[in-house]
Design a protein around this ligand. Structure first.
Ligand code: ZN
Length: 598
């Protein structure tokens, strides 16, 4: 028996010694600050290439930008780790501020470079791409050029960005400020507590049905009371985007989110089409869950209700051993990688006060290492989260042979490796469960994720599309937003839920994120895409690992349609492709109903 004890806290000193007071980090920030200044000056002097003689100069600029990007990411990743491990570390906030400012400065210089470069005439451009050094950037350089073509002049785009700080992002910040002022009073265990909306949301899975009912009603009432304020924030965010699209001559509001995710509209249609045709099994699941809860029909208050607690607890070492054992079945490289991550202090898992909730994985490009953050308290779902984050880290590892500029994948494929790794572990957990109750609890956890992706996120997508459509004609009132939400929920849940949450549009932060619009469908895409890859791995066994890693390497240098065709031989613009992944989820839902009906 091995008695290996893995460290439960991570090692950050290998990057910069001394935490938020690190002298090494100060020096690093100073060095990269200067590099950015130099780069910005060079960009000012840079002129659109008139002949292929400029190819070396272009190459040099790209290399310089790449180096800066890696340095800024390294510092940003360090700041994220510091902020997460101790929420009271004020020094971490100061570092974050500096890194954000540096990042903004760099990205405006880099964008100016991309725009100047993109104006290159067709013939010269083709010659540039034949250059030995530039060849490998063909995909991303073409993307820069296409993006620049669709935009207004440099000066106009500059003005849009400048006005956007207060006129656009400001509305997102206003939303956060308004939400942070809100609170609700909930009675838990005979004690009335004043909670933030985030804390109240966490009680949606409370075991006492009265608490869940109370939370549902109080939150709806709270959002309802402020609905006119949130109608302002949402309408101005949407209005700004639509005005910008109009000026650029874009008539389709899906253009930006689809291009950002490197996918075609047909692909999105096929995905939702397949999902819409597959609601039955999930409606039955919710009907059945309602019955198990003693309800006639499912209602919003109880969707998140726990059925039975999965009792099994695993120590951190046992959790790690469980992950390694099952990763090994899929391939030696992933297992060896994970073992090294456990051994070398890549993971911060300790259950202690002062840590930020949730989990993430971040890469340190200059060191070719990743760090994983989470809080491990011994549940099977903690083990799954740990596997999920290790999957992200493995994606970064698989990308190592690629040029750093060819490692930036979009949101929809970002969850491929993580969902894949999580699936290995959660499937194994169901199979190895000691009792039927345990097995049902684990399955319910899996199916609930399908409900989230196929129903909840579907309702968000339907709502957002219709909102944008109506926003074109003018301000959409709170009353109308409630109606649109209700309709979207009824459609997406296919009648499985008796009531509605009409103010969901106000309560969901994702509608107010200013980084990317339509922060919903990429989640569902990633989940189903990953399931298809997983299904393939089940078929092919250990030999699949090499192909799997080749797929991960290509995630940042091709469209999703090309990626699936090259590595899976699948046409993702057809519903048949999406059906395969959905089928696996239907099996889980049916198995759950069977197990709990006996
Ligand atoms: Zn993830």
């Amino acid at each position: 028996m091995s008695t290996a004890t893995y460290p439960e806290t991570w090692d950050l000193d290998v990057f910069f010694k001394g935490g938020s007071e690190s002298e090494e980090l100060k020096q690093h920030l100073h060095t990269y600050g200067e590099k950015i200044e130099v780069f910005a000056k060079k960009v000012e002097q840079f002129q659109t290439p008139a002949s292929s003689d400029s190819s070396y100069l272009v190459y040099q600029h790209i290399q310089e930008a790449k180096g800066i990007m890696m340095g800024v990411f390294q510092a940003g990743a360090f700041a994220s780790c510091l902020e997460a491990q101790d929420m009271n570390d004020t020094g971490a906030g100061v570092i974050r501020g500096k890194v954000t400012a540096m990042g903004a400065e760099f990205s405006s210089a880099f964008q100016a470079f991309q725009q100047k470069l993109s104006k290159t005439e067709d013939q010269v451009w083709d010659e540039l791409l034949k250059d030995d050094g530039l060849k490998e950037y063909t995909f991303i350089m073409t993307e820069w050029r296409e993006a620049a073509k669709d935009k207004l002049s440099e000066a106009e785009e500059g003005l849009i960005s400048a006005l956007g700080v207060d006129g656009y992002h400001g509305w997102g910040q206003m939303y956060n400020a308004l939400v942070s002022e809100m609170s609700v009073e909930i009675e838990v265990d005979g004690e009335v507590k004043t909670l933030s909306v985030g804390q109240a949301n966490n009680l949606r899975s409370h075991e006492d049905p009265k608490v869940r009912e109370d939370v549902h009603q109080k939150l709806e009432a709270a959002w309802s009371k402020n609905e006119n304020l949130f109608a302002q924030t949402l309408n101005h965010l949407g209005g700004y985007r639509l005005a910008m699209y109009k000026k650029r001559g874009w008539d389709d509001f899906m253009k930006e989110p689809l291009e950002y995710n490197r996918m075609k509209p047909e692909t999105l249609d096929a995905m939702w089409g397949a999902i819409s045709k597959s609601k039955d099994a999930f409606v039955k699941f919710l009907d059945h869950k309602a019955k198990l809860l003693g309800l006639e029909k499912m209602s919003w208050a109880h969707i998140g209700a726990p059925l039975s607690e999965s009792v099994k607890k695993l120590s951190y070492d046992e959790g790690a051993a469980f992950i390694l054992k099952h990763f090994k079945k899929f391939g030696p490289e992933m297992a060896a990688f994970a073992e090294k991550a456990f051994e070398d202090g890549w993971i911060e898992a300790e259950d202690r006060a002062g840590k930020r909730p949730g989990g993430f994985c971040t890469g340190f490009p200059l060191s070719e290492q990743s760090r994983i953050f989470m809080t491990y308290s011994g549940s099977m779902s903690n083990v799954a989260t740990l596997a999920h984050e290790l999957g992200h880290a493995f994606h970064t590892y698989a990308l190592r042979p690629m040029d750093p500029l060819n490692r930036r994948y979009a949101m929809n494929v970002a969850e491929t490796a993580s969902t894949f790794a999580e699936m290995i572990v959660s499937d194994a957990a169901v199979k190895e469960a000691d009792t039927k109750d345990e097995q049902a609890a684990l399955l319910e956890d899996k199916v609930s994720r399908s409900i989230a992706f196929f129903m909840n996120i579907h309702s968000r997508f339907i709502f957002e599309q219709r909102f944008y459509e109506e926003r074109k004609e003018g301000f959409v009132t709170a009353k109308r937003l409630n109606e649109l939400t209700t309709e979207a929920q009824n459609e997406a849940y296919a009648g499985a839920v008796t009531d509605n949450e009409p103010h969901f549009w106000a309560s969901k932060l994702h509608f107010h994120i200013t980084g990317v619009p339509f922060y919903n469908f990429p989640y569902t895409f990633g989940y189903l895409f990953s399931l298809s890859v997983y299904a393939r791995a089940l078929e092919e066994g250990q030999a699949y690992e090499e192909k799997y890693m080749a797929l991960l390497r290509d995630t940042a240098v091709m469209t999703t349609e090309d990626l699936a065709m090259k590595h899976l031989g699948e046409d993702i613009t057809t519903e048949a492709f999406w059906m395969k992944g959905i089928e696996l989820c239907i099996q889980d839902a049916e198995e759950f109903v069977r197990l709990t009906s006996e």
